[in-house]
Design a binder for this molecule. Sequence first.
Ligand SMILES: *Cc1c(COP(=O)(O)O)cnc(C)c1O
Length: 371
Amino acid sequence: MGDGLLNALQTIIDGGQLILGRELERFEERIAARHATGEITPERTGTAWAVGVSNGTDALALALEALGVGPGDEVVTVPNTFVATVAAIVRRGAVPVFVDVDEHQVLDPARLRVALTRRTKAIVPVHLNGRPADMTAIMAIADAAGVPVVEDAAQAIDASWAGRPVGTYGVLGCYSLHPLKNLGALGDGGVVVGHQPSHRDALRLLRNHGLRDRDTCERWGHNARLDALQAALLNVKLDRLTEWTARRRSIADTYLAELAGLSLQLPVPRAAERAVWSGFVVQTDDRDALRSVLAAAGVETLVYYPVPVHLQPAAARLGYSRGDFPVAERQARRMLSLPVHPHLSNRDVAQVVDAIRGYFHDRAHREEPEG
Ligand SMILES: *Cc1c(COP(=O)(O)O)cnc(C)c1O
């Protein structure tokens, strides 16, 4: 990996093409190929395209801009996401409208329809932890209402639902290439996938100052390109993504098998989901106690997004309060992310399993009556 990255760096230094160019195009073609569905309808060409952008937040904001989302519009999303999902909506001048999640921590389709109004301009489901939302149900509701879907697939590259890649259900799919995501650059990066040529054209303009050519500014745009250097590095890392994802899936399978039967709530994968496990989240009422015992045993766990977005200080003016999204709020108190990084060894994984089993064993012991 190190050699490959150094070679890519050398190629960029020697070639001098630092902005846009061949490495970026190659990266975009390869991401597009992973999203080809072959499905041809009036809205779909059957082939996907990809447009590299500066980061996942810009991917979302530019996607919404390409769809014409602006001031006064409403955009429906979930409260248990990274703040950037919501910041991208607010950046467009639009109003985020939250819908609670289901037991899988993703948008609950049963609560979606009532959240839609005449002003709803987009729905942004989030494939949290690399586990897809129920895109069959979400698309049925969105299509019936005529509202476009933009998938926040930042954590879910190569995940699929009902045999089809995430990012291809909605009219646009947005990825982050932040170093902590499943496919990470050596810095910031993002990419948008879609299938309508007009959206591709709009995104290419928006990421590059609205410039049609050197001297023609067709619309006001942004400086939001994916660097050629990052694209070159990503082209090296992309060679390994399938292998890394397989390793994540195998670690998740080990946890699901080895942690079954404890009084610990495990994720329950649905038949239609092919998760890529950017996070492996368990739930328990004594989360903090478990977490400190694991830390003492040398197992580092994390709580991603302990404060839901609707309860953040920045969201105060939206007028939500505690209790508005009981499912997301309860999960926020109970959830814990176990290590699931592809570079973990089998011994590392066994150590996590042993530490968790030890915790529940000791707890059962403590709770047993004396004598
Ligand atoms: C990481 C992430 C983003 C933002 O991506 P950046 O590249 O950090 O800007 C947006 N949404 C979700 C769900 C994310 O995990």
